[in-house]
Design a binder for this molecule. Sequence first.
Ligand code: C5P
Length: 234
Amino acid sequence: FKIAIVIVAAGRGERAGAPGDGPKQYRRIGGLPVIHHTLQKFLTWPKSGPIVVVIHPEDEALYAASTDGLGGAENIIVTFGGDTRQRSVYEGLRAIAATEATHVMIHDAARPFVDHALLDRIAEGFAAGNDGILPAMAVTDTLKRGGSDGLVHETVSRAGLYAAQTPQSFRLSEIRTAHEKAAALRHDDFTDDASIAEWAGLAVTIVEGSVDNIKLTLKRDIDMADEKLTQGNP
Ligand code: C5P
């Protein structure tokens, strides 16, 4: 099989900084833009096939500056995203339609700490015949359901509960059909691809994610990521 990579980077990332700081995927951690780190992980993974990056039309210059000096970046296919993450993924899937890929990994640009061991676990899942694979971590916090009255209503069992990560990975034809169906029905409120797969009736297998594979969402996440990388290279 041949694994294409879709990296979605068309969000505005407004929770991650002051107005004017720019989208979070272009903020610097360890001296380089977040998306530079993310792309490097996939460009250096031996099993990566074609790579598509989905950007916002206003970010072309930012994207070009972020891939400066990144080996292999000239082979990346760049396309424009939409108003929602779901729409951006759909555009990315359309852009790889012309390639010979059989499978696809769909990843958030805002998760720069993805590692090759995790990508290998997913590739092993494909080799074992799984068509849909979700990297996820078992929930470790005690979970509460709260009410609009501000009170705890109950403790929810965490047995069988997982926090979803990316890259969520699929047989390309199946996830593309599922996305097409969702778009045609204007079902546009899915926040990840595994939920579209579930809705379309595809089986999704869980593989262990990575504790480090966090999504940078808030300014604090970016500051912590920067500290982590800077400490490693003083
Ligand atoms: O906003 P959130 O953290 O959920 O975004 C997850 C990923 O999806 C980010 O890498 C972001 O750039 C991308 N995204 C996108 N198009 C959108 C919204 C988010 O590509 N319209």
